[in-house]
Write a protein that binds this ligand. Sequence first.
Ligand SMILES: *Cc1c(COP(=O)(O)O)cnc(C)c1O
Length: 376
Amino acid sequence: MKYGTRILHNENELDPHTGALSIPIYQASTYHQYDVDNPGKYAYSRSGNPTREALEKTLASLENGTHAYAFSSGMAATSSSLAILEQGDHVIATADIYGGSYRILNSFFSKFGITTTFVDMSRLENIEKAIKPNSRLLFLESPSNPLLKVTDLLGATEIARKHGLITMIDNTFMSPYFQRPLDLGLDIVIHSATKFLGGHSDVIGGAVITKSDKLASQIYFVQNGFGAILGPQDCWLLLRGIKTLKARMELQQESATEIAHWLKKQSWVSDVYFPGLPDHPGHEIIKTQASGFGAVLSFKTETVERAKQIMKKVKVWSVAVSLGGVESILSYPVKMSHASIPPLERERLGITDNLIRLSVGLEEASDLIEDLDPEH
Ligand SMILES: *Cc1c(COP(=O)(O)O)cnc(C)c1O
């Protein structure tokens, strides 16, 4: 069965009890045990819930994994995965990682003696150089946020394997529709399901997927122990959102590509970052490891005033954090997603005051372009 069909038909789409084409929202915290000596499949919804199970199995199928866990947010998924680390472990993370991931590593896990080195992973030698005797985990994000830098995932995995590191990737920007890192040999995939998986800006959620039984049992232990589970209503919203993943990703990518090409031609734009552009430094690599380029792009304006003017004038674009919804969103990383990164570090990463990030939705591309045009 082709992937596009499997999004809708992965053996988790029908309610096993009624045949309903929409998995019911099992709004239950606990379950009657008919025989205490032989407990039923479900005992308590922190440990397991049928709606969550349908979502988790769907997520495992879409990432070509064997185990998936749904969390109350992308950050809960990331933090719960990082919680499998031991005191004294060292993490190597990509430099322009999601701001929340940067914050949790630098200001929370550091309290437990877990240290992190952030490197630009668009150059593999930077990973090799950062490895220490206590390195345990390589945390990738490709394309990265907000500058869409691409990491050679096969190359990075090879280095990690040589040094016995676990590989974990934040696959939010690509969604499993365009990129399936487990197929490339990575160990753990995480998602902010809030973004493309949900797709409608109406739910906060996260996911962790793996093919390793050992990592799966460690992650399940944290999911059940910490308890940052996704509630059944939100699981249902994600199941519903995922059904249109293919259609959304294809159309949103098409418009993002059109907008990227238009921005390239504007005199008031100094740089455009979109891996779908042939002159993007990661263009050739991403073509070998993903089947698309996504629907997020960034650009820099000639002046900071111009960036501010655009944010004031837009009417079709929402000026907001987040991405991946059917509505187009324009965001300002310096004040939004990356505000938690110290200004000097931000500057070093190229996250400057004239940088705007776009998440392209389902509106007509011509309306989105007109709305961005300062002359209009
Ligand atoms: C939004 C986002 C997160 C965090 O997810 P939440 O659902 O907001 O907790 C993590 N990584 C990336 C790439 C994101 O865009």
